[in-house]
Ligand binder design. Structure first.
Ligand SMILES: [Zn+2]
Length: 195
């Protein structure tokens, strides 16, 4: 999240608001959930942090860490004026404005940076992006809800869970358990049977 603020906490607050807007945005509909690093209760997983030079809760772009992080995000962004964009699965938006809108236009980015001056901050966040085919569960037609807010013991908080399977049934008298998967960390757990 690229935000304008004179303080660290101001940047974090604006970043959190932008993350919420991004997750609920219709135009950025591939993002289902977005959590800023500052709000994570545990350190982000190594496979996420390894991909970035630094992943602080918030950083001024004019600082050394900020410059490195900004350069990495800039390099990975699929700018609209570039023709070869792999739109299949790889997320291509790495920078978002305060309104949760993706920044893919270099001119717009330059304007935002100009306006913010030395008060431009980056507030890293983790976005959960569903692959297109996963957005259409098998039982879609029957109207079965396959998404629930459940407590995840791995994450230590309530997260979105997706119904993944019924546990195999050892005999006919036993109904088995519905297995739900945390959409943040992937940890499976028992949950309510989707009806
Ligand atoms: Zn979890």
């Amino acid at each position: 999240m690229l935000v304008e603020s004179s303080t660290f906490y101001g940047a974090v607050a604006k970043g959190a608001a932008a993350a919420t807007l991004l997750a609920s945005s219709a135009t950025e509909s591939t993002v289902d959930d977005c959590t800023i690093i500052y709000d994570l209760e545990d350190e982000p997983a190594a496979q996420l942090t390894d991909r970035w030079p630094v992943l602080p809760a918030a950083v001024r772009i004019s600082s050394t860490d900020g410059e490195q992080l900004f350069a990495a995000a800039h390099d990975r962004t699929a700018w609209t004026d570039q023709s070869a964009v792999d739109s299949d699965c790889e997320p291509t938006t790495y920078l978002c404005d305060e309104g949760g809108m993706g920044i893919r236009d270099e001119q717009r980015l330059a304007t935002l940076l100009d306006n913010a001056g030395g008060d431009a901050w980056l507030v890293p966040a983790i976005a959960l992006q569903q692959a297109p085919k996963e957005r259409e569960p098998e039982h879609q037609d029957s109207g079965i809800p396959t998404k629930e807010r459940l407590e995840c013991h791995q994450c230590g908080r309530t997260t979105d869970h997706r119904f993944s399977a019924h546990e195999s049934v050892p005999d006919e008298t036993w109904t088995g358990h519905a297995i739900w998967e945390c959409q943040v960390c992937g940890m499976p757990r028992y949950g309510p049977t989707p009806e």
